[in-house]
Design a protein around this ligand. Structure first.
Ligand code: CP3
Length: 332
């Protein structure tokens, strides 16, 4: 079995498997050159040959244990009928949201056929020991972009919508349905594990966390598990105090952590429940040198039910040499 999948199944492995969030992207010259030729990020996501190529770029260079499909969590709102553009230097910009007029979940999932084709093409070319991760955004995080219309938004406004707007629960329910179908199709096409990104889970009150993070994630996990048999990694970023509850209540097979959570705490409290993933500070990967090496050793010390990753995505300004050094340390 592929080392990444061994660890996800809960068995300890001698080698610590690793991959990095945003491992395909702007820090790689080969990505920047494809991006310059293609022009548009959405075209790159929705052209299977390009998505395949970009997914494989970091694997060829660094040999991670898992490839993550090149796509974006905001493809789903677009497939549901909300306009989406990625503007240079601005990030995502979404059109007006009318929950009542969103497309049926099944139509949205069908509209993402180019993503499934990319999954098939990646699987066909991936080295034998490398696993393929499919993914989606969690309903709360995706809804927050759909409501705010852009990134870098004010969460007070989104949370007030969640409290006051009677269409908000319907939006979350729609996202649960569509996300489950989308993930199931990725598995049918060849994804061997799934990660659900809840980047903005950390801004919620305890009560909101139950309602908008735990409940929808549990519903997605139940639906995906009823139809497929692959491990699911939950990543409720910034919500470590709720980690044990999240693991138990959602039924995820593993959990990812951001850099604010000490790996010693994670190893002690969460790893007995589910294998854990994380959590080197992406800024340490930019800094490099002794600071990075110390940070990486602090994580690697907890080998066992551990997948090495960053606490959040690799940033564009990250030096390739530092990534090489880190991969060397993990493999040592
Ligand atoms: O390598 C990988 O991790 C796989 C591909 C991937 C992307 N986005 C590609 C991408 C994944 C898993 C995501 C997830 C994603 N997308 C999240 C959740 C994780 C996180 O980072 O918090 C979120 C919130 C998004 C939404 C999104 N996409 C934003 C806010 C932005 C703009 C910010 C930025 O980094 O430019 C994107 C654009 C995006 N998604 C890029 C990439 C490679 C950059 C596009 C470019 O300009 O070339």
């Amino acid at each position: 079995m592929k080392p990444f999948l061994v660890t996800l199944s809960g068995r300890p492995s001698a080698q610590v498997p690793f991959w990095f969030m945003r491992q395909a992207g702007r820090y790689l010259p080969e990505y920047r050159s494809l991006r310059a030729k293609t022009g548009d990020f959405l075209t790159m996501c929705l052209t299977p040959e390009l998505a395949r190529e970009i997914t494989l770029q970091p694997i060829r260079r660094f040999g991670m244990d898992a490839a993550i499909l090149f796509a974006d969590i905001l493809l789903l709102p677009r497939a549901l009928g909300q306009e989406l553009a990625f503007k240079e230097g601005e990030g995502p910009v979404l059109g007006p949201l009318d929950v009542a007029r969103l497309k049926p979940a099944i139509e949205a999932a069908a509209a993402l056929a180019p993503v499934y084709e990319a999954v098939r093409q990646v699987r066909a070319e991936l080295p034998a020991a490398t696993a393929l991760i499919g993914f989606a955004g969690a309903p709360w995080t995706v809804a927050s972009y759909m409501v705010a219309g852009r990134g870098g938004h004010d969460f007070s406004a989104v949370r007030l919508r969640a409290m006051n707007d009677p269409s908000f629960p319907a939006l979350i329910e729609k996202l649960v349905e569509a996300t489950a179908l989308y993930l199931i199709e990725q598995v049918k096409a060849g994804a061997e594990a799934l990660q659900v990104f809840d980047t903005w889970a950390g801004v919620l009150s305890a009560e909101e966390f139950d309602r908008w993070v735990i409940a929808p994630t549990a519903a997605i996990v139940a639906r995906v598990k009823a139809a497929t048999n692959v491990p699911i990694i939950g990543f409720p970023k910034g919500a470590a105090t709720r980690a044990m509850e999240f693991a138990r209540a959602t039924g995820v097979d593993a959990m990812g952590f951001d850099s604010a959570t000490p790996m010693s705490w994670i190893a002690r409290h969460v790893a007995p429940l589910v294998p854990v993933q994380g959590n080197l500070d992406p800024l340490l990967l930019i800094a490099g040198g002794a600071a990075m090496e110390r940070g990486a050793m602090d994580i690697l010390r907890h080998r066992g039910r551990l997948i090495f990753n960053l606490g959040h995505g690799i940033r564009p300004e990250t030096p390739i040499a530092h990534v090489e050094r880190l991969c060397g340390m993990i493999r040592a």
